[in-house]
Write a protein that binds this ligand. Structure first.
Ligand code: AMX
Length: 434
């Protein structure tokens, strides 16, 4: 059996030839234009980034190395008797493009456990935060503190050839992924559970051990955690967390610093923080109505109140998707199978019915359908994680898998420093009038 690193090394040569061909022979071919509204409006659909890790179709949703979410759930290795794919297997797939065997997947689990010892100073940094600090603030600081272990930074300093960049980037990636669950679990236990930490159980898989360290040992929650950490991992390269990681990495900032930048982007309410906002919106509504499940009329009125006050309905809409997010549907299917009678699931299902209609009538959003963040909170609450301001940390642990796989490949293929051209509004007006 070859290791993930060996397999990756085999793939890099042919990919370098492909990128070289694209650059040297087809480099002048125009693939995208940019209008004034695109320049002002967040560069929607301007094709100017490259990633082979995942691709997002507006109607079909995300495909990881060509596999849809249902295919991923069916094809990737699981624990014996398990119903959901292992994130370790997804890492292998994202890195190499190949579905790993169970043996290859287990080799990643073992490697991650081997590298999991968190340096003491990282714990001290986390312990120094006041308890009212947001979990994402602690998480970003934890990742930055971990940076003292970066092999990429050391080897770059010592003088490393460009073709070798991917090697320490790969090593850093594995170390980060190995230690992130403990950083994240520590934040949870410190902030909400009186700093009563739980030691790792290395007989478990990566996600199972993460759930165990958080202190939610229900087997179904472990199963949910595997699914959760798979589906949130990547969403092609242009979303804020992936793009920020890539942008910072293009300056050859090491994987730790680049990931910290991406996670800071994930902490925005229009991006990953939407999962906490959904639960906050629902909890506020329940408190205001004094009921667990409001009537359809109450729910519809609450949606209109939110829209009329100029706020967004969290968990609905998307910059690219024009259909219900398959990541939402995967979680809905999980809920239908495991918690069909849960009152919060019933409320989330009512939102699924009513919110798209209200948003369509409101007439602004290009996509009235729910995204991944509309569902995750109700599953987590069911298994005992009610502290919704923590949810984006879980998203961040998962997102690290995708953005760091991209980081490794960007270094392997020598992708350049990002430096798009900005223009002034004077220039735009002159262009428009000329
Ligand atoms: N509620 C109310 N208004 C919405 C809306 C929503 N859920 N989604 C979009 N709109 C509005 C936009 O604010 C915009 O209004 P404006 O013209 O006054 O600025 C208009 O509809 C057009 O927006 P769009 O082109 O459909 O979407 P976008 O690409 O600009 O933004 C997104 C995409 C996700 C930021 C937006 O749909 C939104 O704010 N959704 C709620 C927050 C959310 O769920 N974010 C998570 C997304 C998934 C993720 O990254 N994890």
């Amino acid at each position: 059996m070859s290791s993930l690193k060996d397999r990756l090394a085999e793939k890099i040569g042919p990919m370098r030839e492909r990128v070289n061909l694209l650059r040297t022979v087809h480099g002048e071919k125009v693939i995208s234009e940019c209008t004034i509204s695109q320049a002002i409006g967040g560069m929607r659909d301007v094709k100017c980034m490259v990633s082979d890790i995942s691709a997002l179709d507006p109607m079909e949703g995300i495909k990881f190395r060509g596999y849809s979410i249902p295919e991923i759930r069916e094809k990737l290795p699981r624990i014996p008797g398990g119903k959901e794919p292992l994130p370790e297997a997804l890492l292998w797939l994202l890195m190499t493009g190949d579905v790993p065997t169970s043996e290859e997947t287990s080799s990643i689990t073992a490697e991650l456990h081997r590298r999991s010892t968190l340096p003491e100073h990282v714990k001290n940094v986390l312990d120094a935060f006041p308890l009212d600090a947001h979990p994402m603030t602690m998480f970003i600081a934890g990742i930055t503190a971990m940076q003292t272990q970066s092999q990429f930074a050391v080897q770059y300093h010592d003088g490393m050839r460009k073709e070798e960049y991917w090697v320490p980037a790969f090593e850093d990636t594995l170390t980060i992924l190995a230690q992130l669950p403990e950083v994240a679990a520590r934040i949870y236990r410190r902030k909400y559970k009186n700093s009563e930490y739980i030691a790792a159980d290395t007989s478990l898989d990566w996600a199972g051990n993460f759930a165990h360290m958080i202190g939610l040992d229900n087997p179904n929650l472990k199963m949910l955690m595997r699914l959760y950490l798979v589906i949130h991992s990547d969403h092609e390269a242009g979303n804020v967390s992936a793009h920020a990681t890539h942008l910072v990495g293009s300056a050859l900032s090491d994987p730790y610093l680049s990931l910290a930048a991406g996670i800071a982007g994930l902490a925005g309410p229009l991006h990953g923080l939407a999962n906490q906002e959904v639960l906050r919106w629902i909890t506020d509504l329940q408190a205001k109505m004094g009921v667990e499940v409001p009537t359809e009329k109450q729910l519809e009125d609450a949606l209109w109140d939110t829209l009329k006050s100029g706020q967004v309905i969290p968990g609905f809409g998307h910059a690219v998707l024009r259909q219900t997010d398959p990541r939402y549907m995967a979680q809905r299917e999980f809920a239908q199978r495991n918690l069909p009678e849960d009152p919060l699931f019933k409320l989330v299902s009512m939102l699924f019915e009513i919110a798209p209609r209200v948003l369509t009538e409101h007439g602004k959003t290009k996509n009235p359908w729910p995204n991944v963040d509309a569902h995750s909170g109700c599953l987590l609450v069911h298994y005992g994680m009610t502290e919704y301001d923590y949810y984006t940390v879980l998203f961040g642990v998962s997102r690290a898998i995708g953005v760091l796989s991209n980081y490794v490949w960007s270094r392997a293929l020598g992708y350049a420093l990002e430096r798009p051209k900005s223009v002034t509004t004077d220039w735009l007006l002159a262009k428009a009038q000329g």
